[in-house]
Design a protein around this ligand. Sequence first.
Ligand SMILES: Nc1ncnc2c1ncn2[C@@H]1O[C@H](COP(=O)(O)OP(=O)(O)OP(=O)(O)O)[C@@H](O)[C@H]1O
Length: 524
Amino acid sequence: MQHHMTLETLAMPWKCDLDIKKMEIYSPTNLLSDINNIEEGRDIALKGANDEVCGWIPYSTLMREIFKQWKLTKAYYNAVLNSVEAAVTTVDYKGNITFLNPNSEEMYGLSLNKVYGQSITKFFEKEAIVLMSTMKERQGVTNKYNQPHPNVHVLINTSPVYVDKEVVGGISIERDITEMVKLNDELSSTTAYLHDLESTNQSQQNLSPFNKIKGRSPVLKDAINLANKVAKTDAPVLITGDSGVGKELFAEGIHNAGKRSNHPFVAINCGAIPAALFESELFGYEQGAFTGAVKGGKKGKFDAAKGGTIFLDEVGEMPLELQVKLLRVLQEKHYYRVSGNEAIPTDVRIIAATNRDLEKMIDEGSFREDLYYRLNVISISIPPLRDRIEDIPELIQLFLKEFSLKYTMPIPKIDPEVMYTFLQHPWQGNIRQLRNIIERMIILASDNEVIKPHHLPKNFVKENNPPTLNIQFEEIKKHNGQGEEEIQYALQKTFGNKAAAAKLLGISRATLYNKLKKYDLKID
Ligand SMILES: Nc1ncnc2c1ncn2[C@@H]1O[C@H](COP(=O)(O)OP(=O)(O)OP(=O)(O)O)[C@@H](O)[C@H]1O
């Protein structure tokens, strides 16, 4: 569309027999859209910067051009409205329907031909017609939840349409979220049913090894399929993904689906063990290994996991000198206890996980390339929650159920608007953050059957633009002292991610763990 067509491009040369007094005066650089009402039959004269007359546009030329532009605009307008995924409805200033796009026709079961020109109030319940008030108040709405029909749930955006500051109509653009709402309802009744069933029958037999991993998104299903295949082998697996995406659940699933499932699954948080103790924690020590050592020696994690799986969580946090030791054990397939000289064969499967970019760490020299290739025989990447929002309704139900049981209360329902907010949220803390939010909301909404938007934590909505770590750091510094309260605050700010919390507090991870123990703080 030639929105920026200047009048100059339509002009004809000035002729001395023309009478400028009978014409409208415009500048050659004015646009077609700058022309206001023009009296029928009046031509336009163009006057340049120095007031000299430089051309004219006959009324008939002007009309022809406007008609051409109108046709073009209409063609684009129709193409846009017919191709958007939303349902678009327009009305004139009286509220008579002027347009429904195909999605709108389908959503409401109406045909434009039949309803054109009729009042919108005839077809929709009065109170549901946000459009009328939009025009009256001259104020649109954004993402307002609406239920125009008993079985249609939508989010609606509206806007008045102005011509020269006068409202000439209104437009509404609706997104159908009925499927989401239905899914949520369906899950909530199924969950309530299961809730009942489970309380009378605690048996949990025949569950799939990955049954704890909830969600139906194709990307999650792909990851589970891959994990299931890998589980049948003894190959080392590296699980990557942001904090709180479920890496540990996957590691457990792989263990449970494999032939080592009758043996232990031992998880070690590589960032949490002080460097000096790492070797003895992993491999154990013989009697008299060092002052303060337990009499009779002590077994390590490799002993504890014999026949089973060792899960090296946050493997990227492991100091370089310990990486060398671990690599040696993996290569030689046996280990020595500290102060011991008996070579003990390793009989464990290794699964490692990280939220760091190990390849970048290799480039920077903080992770050993040879260890990386040992661990990363097969890699499984778990996408962040914001990339698989289809999983959200099911996860919500899971956590609603979990915390309803914990706090012995009936399972509440989720208001669709809350649901929508959840679907839009960036979920920096992934599933762990979702779980924490649900727990808080269950407590806050304890007397309600439905969780409503006002039960959402106040800062939750603001988190759509999460503050940068630096801002959080300033906040933390104000709280400094690393008492129980500061530690809880740091964990809350980092959605329970220990590495980030320790960083915020300016302490090592080992110190953070000591403090957690000291204050008896539970983290998952
Ligand atoms: N798909 C899922 N279904 C059910 N619960 C989940 C799912 N994914 C994660 N969770 C829950 O979310 C929480 C965080 O998961 P998990 O500890 O496995 O994440 P992680 O990726 O290992 O996190 P981090 O890197 O911070 O250690 C746990 O409570 C876990 O049970």
